[in-house]
Design a protein around this ligand. Structure first.
Ligand code: BMA
Length: 316
């Protein structure tokens, strides 16, 4: 039996960002959204302050690996005067460039008194952001928009937490980014002993490829020693993103490095952003490690596609 080579290789600069890099005292930096803006990689970093409340703060780097600079002030911070549902902070952003609107959508978790919910904001430059407000009631998180419309409608993947059964990924539709409906179950958590049993959620935003929408998701395995957060891959139909074409049975990225094993929440890798450089066939994955620091892992994009395309079509 051939042992598959690891798809993703960790940066020697890891962790690429820690709370010590911030211009003010904070507990942790983790779970960043990622995109390219001009000649720079922009991370929208979740910063947990010394009260436990999270805000979203921009960090920039020319090569996406070294010499990160934080902006002077956070881009989005819990502002109950602007949004009463942000009492306990803003968490885990996913960034989607919307070419048609010439702006980015930021889908993030607003931690309300009634639980986490999905909120949207938009930005043209990552200097200022405009809140669209809550779009999914609690409990719901791990959301991202697709960059394009399908048949005139926007699509969003998100992860409600029902009272019964596991927490699965859903797909919802909107004519205007504000009103969402036609909710459909997209990808189900496995059951029992699986690495992604009981709870899954979208990682980075869906990535358009020649073969369909590449999706990375986190899966949670509950153990008697607490949860383990790992990441897997699936592929959605390019024209009909509600159809799952392939799903890798095995995880492709898992906590191994010391900074992923130990931290505020150990044994967690939690990717929220990726940047594809097609010219160099390089996919850069940005992830929170142990809810404490930020890591970068890179893969050959062609290897990632080969892996997902070799995976079985899930049983319907
Ligand atoms: C999830 C989210 C993430 C966090 C992860 C591991 O439910 O809250 O923000 O990184 O748990 O603790």
């Amino acid at each position: 039996m051939t042992i598959p080579q690891p798809l993703f290789v960790r940066s020697p600069a890891n962790p690429i960002l820690t709370a010590a890099d911030l211009p003010y005292p904070a507990n942790t930096v983790f779970n960043p959204g990622a995109t390219r803006v001009g000649d720079e990689t922009v991370l929208l970093v979740r910063v947990e302050d010394l009260r436990g409340i999270s805000q979203l703060h921009v960090a920039r780097s020319a090569d996406g690996e070294h010499d990160w600079r934080f902006d002077p002030e956070p881009l989005l911070r819990a502002a109950v005067d602007l949004d009463p549902e942000e009492t306990w902070g803003c968490e885990d952003p996913r960034l989607t460039r919307l070419p048609e609107r010439e702006e980015w959508a930021i889908a993030y978790t607003a931690y309300s008194r009634r639980g986490p919910l999905v909120s949207l904001a938009t930005t043209h430059d990552f200097r200022t952001a405009k809140r669209l407000g809550p779009v999914m009631p609690p409990e719901d998180k791990d959301a991202s928009l697709f960059p394009v419309r399908f048949g005139g409608r926007w699509a969003m993947i998100h992860r409600p937490s029902p009272l019964r059964g596991g927490a699965h990924m859903w797909l919802s539709w909107s004519p205007d980014l504000r009103h969402w409906g036609d909710h459909k179950l997209l990808l189900e958590a496995h059951d029992g002993a699986w690495w992604d049993a009981g709870k899954i959620g979208l990682g980075p935003p869906p990535l358009e490829t020649a073969h369909g929408w590449l999706v990375m998701y986190h899966g949670v395995r509950m153990t008697s020693d607490g949860p383990i957060y790992r990441a897997g891959l699936a592929l959605l139909d390019r024209d009909d993103p509600g159809t799952v074409l392939c799903r890798c049975p095995e995880w492709v990225f898992a906590p191994e490095a010391p900074y992923e094993i130990t931290g505020d929440v150990g044994r967690v890798v939690f990717p929220c952003g990726w940047v594809l450089d097609e010219a160099s066939d390089r996919l850069s994955l940005y992830y929170g490690a142990a809810d404490s620091v930020i890591g970068l892992a890179t893969a050959r994009f062609s290897d990632v596609m080969a892996r997902v395309l070799a995976s079985p079509v899930p049983a319907s």
